[in-house]
Design a protein around this ligand. Structure first.
Ligand SMILES: Cc1cc2nc3c(=O)[nH]c(=O)nc-3n(C[C@H](O)[C@H](O)[C@H](O)COP(=O)(O)O)c2cc1C
Length: 378
C-alpha cells in the first residue's frame, strides 16, 4: 500500500466524525489544506503495477482511440501534473487544466485559501477554488515534454480569463489553444461553466458569437476536437440549442456538467450530518457542489443532448461528468447516450476504497462476457 492509499483509507474513516463534530470553519480550513497535500501525495505515488483497462472497453472518437471511456474531470490536474499516474492507473485519457492565459492564485477568504470541503455522508463536496493555475503557456510547455502512450489521448481544459476585456480574453484563449495544439494536445474542453470566478458569462448570444470566432480561428484550421463544458444546472432547452449550434459549427461535443450552484435544492438531498458544514460553506463562499447530488441532473441532460445531437451531420459526442463513482453509474451514462465520462469527487471516494485499482474496479464489470463459441449448446 502506498502512502497516498493509506492516508486516503484512514481519512475515509475519520472524515464523517470530523465533519459531524468539529466547528464548521475548522473542517473547511482543514480540508482546504488537506486536499492540496493529498493531491501532492497522490501524484507522487506510483501504482505497484501498470493497470491497463480491459481492451474491449476502448473506443474511437474523432479518429482518436481512448483505451477506456472514463478519465479525470477538469480541475484535478490543473498544472499538468498526474499524467504518469493517470496512465498507470488505467484511465482512458488524461485531462489537464482548467488553465487561463494569465496565471491565477485562486480564491482566498476569511484566511482560507482555495476553499474546499467534502460531505462524507452524502458522497459530495463543495469548492470555491476560483481557477488557480499557472497559465496556458506553462502547462503547454509541460505537456510538450510528456512521453506519448498508445490509446491514451491528452486533453486540456481552457477558459477565458475572468475579469479580462472580452475581446482580449478571446485572443488570449485562441493563443493558448494553439500553444497546446503545438505541444501535442489531442482534444480540448472549453470551460464555459465555472461558478467560482465571479464572472457571469453574459448569456447565450455572447457564447454563440465566441463559438463562431473559435470555429473560424481554431476548430476548422486545426481540425482538433473541441468540447464545450456546461454546468450541471444548465437549462435543458439551452443545452439542446447549444448542441445544435456547436454541432453545426464543427465542435466535437459537449461535456455535462460542471458543479452546481442550486444550493436550496441540493441542501435537501444532503444527509443531515453534512448540512451544518454545507450551510457554513455556502454562506461564506458560495462555490459549486459536486458528486452524487449532480447525478440525476447530468443523466437527464445527457439524454437531452443525445436527442439534439441525433440529427447532426457531423461526429458529436456527449461527455458525462457529475456523480460518477461506480461501474453502474458509468454504465447508466453510457446507456443514456454519453460516449465518454469523467469523474472527480467519485474518483477520490473510490481511491479511498480501491486505491490505485480504482479504474480496474469500475471498468471490469463493463466487460461483456465472451459470446458462446459457434456451435456451442443446443
Ligand atoms: C476541487 C474541484 C476543482 C474543480 N476545478 C475545475 C476546473 O478547473 N475546471 C472545470 O471545468 N471543472 C472543475 N471542477 C468540476 C469538475 O470537473 C466536475 O465537472 C464536477 O466536479 C462534477 O463532477 P464530479 O461529481 O465527478 O465531481 C472542479 C471540481 C472540484 C471538486
Amino acid at each position: 500500500m502506498t502512502l497516498a492509499e493509506m492516508v486516503a483509507c484512514v481519512d475515509a474513516r475519520v472524515r464523517p466524525l470530523l465533519v459531524r463534530l468539529l466547528p464548521a470553519r475548522w473542517v473547511v480550513a482543514f480540508y482546504s489544506w488537506a486536499r492540496q497535500v493529498a493531491l501532492h501525495w497522490l501524484v507522487a505515488s506510483t501504482p505497484a503495477s501498470m493497470l491497463a483497462p480491459p481492451p474491449s472497453v476502448g473506443r474511437v472518437l474523432w479518429g482518436l482511440r481512448f483505451r477506456a471511456p472514463l478519465f479525470n474531470a477538469a480541475g484535478m490536474f490543473k498544472t499538468g501534473e498526474g499524467y504518469e499516474l493517470a496512465y498507470r492507473q488505467g484511465a482512458g485519457a488524461y485531462l489537464a487544466g482548467t488553465t487561463t492565459a494569465l496565471p491565477r492564485m485562486g480564491n482566498i477568504r476569511r484566511g482560507i485559501a482555495l476553499p474546499f470541503v467534502p460531505y462524507p455522508h452524502s458522497a459530495a463536496a463543495s469548492n470555491w477554488l476560483g481557477l488557480p493555475n499557472p497559465g496556458h503557456r506553462a502547462v503547454a510547455a509541460r505537456i510538450a515534454t510528456f512521453p506519448r502512450y498508445e490509446d491514451f489521448p491528452i486533453g486540456v481544459s481552457v477558459a477565458l480569463d475572468p475579469g479580462m476585456d472580452t475581446t482580449e480574453a478571446l485572443e488570449r484563449l485562441l493563443e493558448g489553444l494553439w500553444l497546446y495544439r503545438d505541444a501535442g494536445v489531442d482534444f480540448f474542453e472549453l470551460n464555459e461553466s465555472c461558478p467560482n470566478t465571479g464572472d457571469d458569462t453574459a448569456g447565450f448570444d455572447a457564447l454563440a458569437e465566441r463559438l463562431r470566432v473559435i470555429t473560424e480561428r481554431f476548430v476548422r484550421p486545426s481540425g482538433a476536437p473541441v468540447l464545450i463544458k456546461v454546468g450541471a444546472d444548465a437549462n435543458p432547452a439551452m443545452i439542446a440549442e447549444l448542441v445544435a449550434l456547436a454541432g453545426s459549427l464543427g465542435f466535437g461535443g459537449i461535456t455535462i456538467g460542471n458543479t452546481s450552484t442550486d444550493y436550496q435544492r441540493h441542501r435537501l438531498g444532503l444527509a443531515s450530518p453534512d448540512r451544518r458544514v454545507f450551510d457554513y460553506f455556502v454562506r461564506t463562499f458560495g462555490g459549486g457542489i459536486s458528486g452524487e447530488p449532480l447525478r440525476a441532473d447530468v443523466l437527464e441532460r445527457v439524454v437531452v443532448a443525445r436527442t439534439a445531437a441525433a440529427s447532426l451531420p457531423s461526429e458529436f459526442h456527449i461527455v458525462a461528468t457529475g456523480g460518477i463513482a461506480s461501474s453502474q453509474h458509468l454504465a447508466d451514462v453510457l446507456a443514456a447516450g454519453a460516449t465518454l465520462a469523467q469523474w472527480y469527487t467519485g474518483y477520490f471516494e473510490r481511491f479511498a476504497r480501491d486505491g490505485h485499482e480504482l479504474y480496474r474496479t469500475v471498468l471490469t464489470p463493463l466487460v461483456k462476457p465472451d459470446p458462446l463459441p459457434r456451435g456451442y449448446g443446443g
